[in-house]
Design a protein around this ligand. Structure first.
Ligand code: MOS
Length: 741
């Protein structure tokens, strides 16, 4: 059964709570007798601690302990052999696990060298300032551009090696292109700082409030680290002030806080500071890419070769899907991809906003624009000439693909007709005007998830799932799904989430949650509905003699479609059967038919830019983003998510870059004053268009994910528009004024 009706836009169920201070984020929780800790970070990027003076800090007012590699309490699960997966799901990067405060060796700038614990945050902060270290320095390698040739395939992986046809088939084409693109280090920088509040409620029972995208993942990670039963670990993260990927794993300092809390016998809270957000919770890795492309004079692609090299830490191999879309986005007989990593003296990266796919799309979709220009073709026309209705990588159909319609509707909305093929030919006053577009795509996943539905005789419905809402409006989407199945009015539905006491759910990420948890909610509600139908239809029941498929359910009433007036109120039905509640929990996952299809969401981004040729300033003056992500479950929150992705895309395109002074291997702009995320003044009114056609395969709602496609490709659309405005091609993000002068 697929929901085929278009869903109405509803307000965010937690909107009022979020804007009135009612929503509690991890750091808002206060427990009696809580102690606070502050991390002291290394001032060098590579070397060894020669001396560490903690005496003054230890003697400072209110200090309960100063923990270093000399006295860090043991973490039993970390005795696991090197190369293990000791810090828990989702699967960790391979490599020698970095063990916080376990040795005097320094692997990256900002690496914790001490954790200072005091009875207040202010006292811990002061005492932390008294810790003094001396180092034996070694030369740090932190500049990927200098070490690209050291790229190696990640441990245990083939390095994204892929080819079909001739790997270098592009060389034989009459029109060829070779271009290098770089995406710098970007940092998630959500408003909310990262951290954890850990409370040992017994010798081996633990309560955790954390900034995590998955409470079950944190539970599992801590269970493995402390060798205790996950059932004895309770993790709560109902709200998050932005995740963007940084909460996709449990970080070593979180585990350290739990260990120290046990040692001092008090609840312990850590909130990292803004500069530590640059080193302790991951980042988008600096990535250099080369695209070789060949096409014939009619605009048919002959070959594409896409090679990416990204930074990782010396101790872990972080990898992401930077080159993957090149394998399937266009019809092209000769395609090859390659992915390499360089181990640097840097903290380990993690997925960030549309992750590797956003990095890869910048290169591929810029190159598509460059090739269209060489061929004197409109960039949409060039894409249409290489459009594919089936997945050329796996030779199987897409579960759904409405990308052509997305190109067309976006082009109309932005006024693509106003675009001149000749760059630099539109001027309005002091500004050059240009248009650009790009395609985005991301896997449409459906992971295993469970959910519980409790329908009470008073007509109210409670939905439960452990899933965390990192911001997209998950609770709102789940409300809509439950409403569609059971017809319970939306104001009678309560969604409880973000807690490990609730049915198990995957980590929120990968644009997968409406699909995964939504399906479980759909199944649990369907199970409730089936029980109601059974009660109504049974011998002696109020609708006996009818068939299940003749019934509809809305506003707390089961009615027979073809017999007006023939109906029974759900509350009456439950009372007649002496039921106070119908309580169903369902575990849900995709069926075997999924293997027959390639499941992806698609997006198209269109922008109009204005470039001032005297100052080099680029303004995004219009943006239209179109999503082909199946049936839209909650149109209002979906549009908000798209708008958020575009704002992130404007940052990626124009301003975001964490800059390292490679003489010291340290960041120079590790604060929000100098690292520029897009702010209100940078973001124009954004038009979002939803194709809103159900995917018949992925799940009963027909909904594919849309978190990542909101961003993927956007930076290329801006770069392409800048080229159209000025004739200048910027291949190194961000497109700052200096690159245009
Ligand atoms: Mo996302 S980068 O899967 O949080």
């Amino acid at each position: 059964m697929t929901t085929n009706t278009k869903n109405p836009p509803i307000d965010r169920i937690d909107g009022r709570m979020k804007v009135t201070g009612g929503a509690q984020y991890f750091a808002d929780f206060e427990l009696p007798n809580t102690a606070y800790c502050v991390i002291v970070g290394s001032e060098i990027a590579k070397g060894t601690i020669a001396g560490l003076d903690t005496k003054k800090a230890q003697g400072a007012p209110g200090v309960l302990g100063v923990f270093t590699h000399q006295n860090m309490p043991p973490i039993p699960g970390w005795d696991a052999p090197v190369g293990g997966e000791a810090d828990g799901p989702p699967p960790r990067p391979k490599g020698e696990q970095y063990r916080i405060l376990s040795s005097p060796k320094i692997h990256f700038d900002g690496q914790p060298i001490a954790i200072v614990v005091a009875d207040s945050f202010e006292r811990a902060t002061y005492a932390a300032s008294l810790v003094k270290a001396t180092y034996t320095k070694q030369t740090a390698r932190t500049d990927l551009r200098k070490h690209v040739s050291d790229g190696v395939a990640p441990r245990g992986e083939d390095g994204g090696n892929y080819s079909r046809g001739q790997a270098d088939g592009y060389k034989t084409a009459p029109v060829t292109l070779e271009a290098n693109y770089t995406v710098p280090i970007e940092v998630h920088n959500p408003m909310e700082l990262h951290g954890i509040l850990a409370h040992w409620t017994g010798a081996s029972t633990l309560m955790i409030y954390a900034k995590t995208q998955g409470v079950n993942a944190t539970q599992q990670a801590m269970a493995e680290a402390f060798k205790i039963d996950p059932k004895n670990i309770h993790v709560h993260t109902e709200f998050m002030g932005g995740g963007f990927g940084m909460g996709l794993r449990t970080w070593p300092q979180e585990t350290a806080v739990v260990a120290i809390a046990r040692k001092i016998g008090r609840p312990l809270k850590l909130v990292v500071n803004r500069s530590q957000m640059f080193t302790l919770v991951g980042h988008r890795p600096y990535t250099v890419q080369t695209i070789n492309m060949g096409a014939d004079q009619t605009g048919k692609l002959i070959g594409i070769a896409h090679a990416a090299t990204a930074e990782t830490a010396s101790y872990e191999d972080f990898t992401e899907a930077t080159v993957n879309m090149t394998k399937f986005l266009y019809a092209c007989p000769n395609v090859s991809t390659r992915y390499r990593i360089v181990r640097l003296d840097r903290s380990v990266p993690i997925w960030m906003r549309g992750p590797g796919e956003a990095t890869g799309a910048f290169a591929l979709e810029s190159a598509m624009d460059e090739m269209a220009h060489k061929l004197n073709l409109d960039p949409i026309e060039f894409r249409l000439r290489n459009y594919t209705e089936t997945d050329p990588e796996r030779n199987r159909p897409y579960s759904s693909k409405y990308l052509k319609e997305a190109y067309q509707r976006g082009a109309e909305a932005i006024g693509w007709n106003n675009r001149k093929l000749q760059p630099g030919s539109t001027r309005e006053g002091d500004w050059l005007v240009g248009y650009g577009m790009s395609t985005g795509t991301f896997n449409a996943f459906r992971w295993e998830a469970s959910a519980r539905a409790l329908l009470k005789a008073d007509g109210s419905l409670t939905i439960q799932s452990a899933v965390t809402d990192i911001g997209p409006g998950t609770g709102t989407a789940l409300t809509m799904i439950a409403h569609n199945v059971l017809g319970v009015p939306m104001n009678r539905i309560k969604v409880e989430y973000g807690d490990t006491s609730l049915p198990k759910a995957p980590t929120q990420g990968g644009s997968a949650i409406v699909s995964a948890v939504g399906s479980a909610v759909f199944d649990a509600c369907t199970s409730v509905k089936n029980e109601l139908i059974e009660l109504a239809l049974k011998a002696g029941g109020p609708l006996a003699g009818r068939q299940a498929n003749e019934l509809t359910m809305a506003d707390g009433t089961l009615s027979v479609e073809r017999e007006p007036g023939k109906k029974v109120a759900v509350s009456d039905l439950m009372q007649a059967n002496k039921l106070t509640v119908i309580d169903k929990t369902k575990d849900s996952k995709g069926g075997p038919e999924h293997a027959k299809y390639s499941m992806y969401s698609f997006s198209v981004h269109f922008v109009q830019v204005r470039v001032n040729p005297l100052t080099g300033v680029v303004r995004v003056s219009k943006a239209v983003s179109v999503a082909d992500s199946g049936r839209i479950v909650s149109p209002k929150t979906a549009a908000s998510q798209m708008i958020g992705g575009v704002a992130g895309g404007i940052g990626m395109a124009l301003t975001e870059e964490a800059v390292i002074d490679h003489r010291f291997g340290r960041f120079v702009n590790n604060n929000l004053g100098d690292y520029h995320v897009a702010v209100y003044a940078d973001v124009p009114a954004i038009e979002t268009i939803m194709i809103d056609k159900p995917d018949p395969i992925i799940n009963p709602m027909g909904a594919k994910g849309m978190g990542e496609i909101a961003l993927i490709g956007f930076a290329a659309a801006v770069a392409n528009a800048v080229f159209n405005a000025t004739g200048q091609r910027v291949r190194d993000l961000p497109i700052t004024p200096d690159k245009l002068l």
